[in-house]
Ligand binder design. Sequence first.
Ligand SMILES: NC(=O)c1ccc[n+]([C@@H]2O[C@H](COP(=O)([O-])OP(=O)(O)OC[C@H]3O[C@@H](n4cnc5c(N)ncnc54)[C@H](O)[C@@H]3O)[C@@H](O)[C@H]2O)c1
Length: 401
Amino acid sequence: MESINNGKPIFEAMLDIDIAWQCIEYYAGLAGTLSGQHIQLSGGSFAYTRREPLGVCVGIGAWNYPFQIACWKSAPALACGNAMIYKPSPLTPVTTVMLAEIYAQAGVPEGLFNVVQGGVATGEFLCHHPDVAKISFTGSVPTGSKIMEMASKGIKPVTLELGGKSPLIVFSDCDLQNAVKGALMANFLSQGEVCCNGTRVFVQRHILDKFVQEVVKRTQAIKIGDPLKEDTRMGALISRPHFNRVLGFVKQAKEEGATVLCGGEPYVPSDPKLKDGYYMRPTVLGNCKDEMTCVKEEIFGPVMSVLPFDTEEEVLQRANNTSFGLAGGVFTRDITRAHRVVAALQAGSCYINNYNLSPIEVPFGGYKKSGFGRENGQVTIEYYSQLKTVYVEMGDVECTF
Ligand SMILES: NC(=O)c1ccc[n+]([C@@H]2O[C@H](COP(=O)([O-])OP(=O)(O)OC[C@H]3O[C@@H](n4cnc5c(N)ncnc54)[C@H](O)[C@@H]3O)[C@@H](O)[C@H]2O)c1
């Protein structure tokens, strides 16, 4: 159903659903660990803190990981004792309803997890509603900014998981095959429609030719086609307008001087029933410069830009020269450099010698315009609960009056 909902290959959709059930189990386990602090004060008095729910939380999701995003928001929300009203993207309405059915079958009381279908107007209605205590949003930066503005009217806390244009830095002392595999994982999952993708691939000049040769070879071997076939590794993009937009970025990249090393065009499957699908060949762009549109803007499709660099200092300055800050990665065998580089990256989710893994135990989220708040991991409890402090007097009241 998730493949049909979104167009991604079934192989990947199965992994998304695995992560989703792991998320629900993880927060179900954490629910019993919510606790406060005991603070001893002078004269025998003391204070304690309690973690309490916020109330009714709203979740608004993007279309690229429809089921998974709904779980990443609802599982911690429910574990903290909140209710959730969830609005999926109108482009992927189906599987979130199945999540509601699963919760109901598992015994979640009626009304605790609710799905409301709709687009902008429905989303705005939910954000403005006075009974809503918190908004957790996954989507683009412009919408995230509007969500924050609406939330500010009601002084409501928000979690924002927004877009990115993340750097992947490949030093010449890396394990080349792993770096090539990492670059593919950083760009071509879910047809490249992944917020944390490392789409700016900086490669140290010394290994540039070898790296590009290997990346292009492996990219050309990616099996595109019917998302419901087990061996498909790239399915269809989400919609006709988005498909045209992604192809438009490639056209503009060529006009600005980039070279299409492979892909860059629609793919027409031989199966006649798929011929109107939004299939695109995964694309590697060479000869890229930092000021090109394809290097600066989030394309949200299967398009990797390769950029040469010479020194560590230079690449860090270029990698951080963006208003986004969702993710970043480095491939090197030099352990001190690896940690030095990730410490300097202005990004919330960093990888050393791998890319795009998201185990549920590990917090995920952005810096800068990629948002704030975190999903996954223990820390997310803090974003779905509020802290009450209770002062307990053990003596007499000392009155100044
Ligand atoms: N950081 C993350 O975890 C993460 C994950 C997935 C996607 N994304 C980002 O999402 C974007 C792609 O998703 P999209 O095109 O669905 O994003 P979008 O911002 O267009 O829409 C996201 C959701 O917001 C709703 N919405 C739109 N306008 C609204 C408004 N004014 N008020 C309330 N709700 C409104 C939409 O109906 C949809 O459900 C990309 O930028 C991508 O990077 C981020």
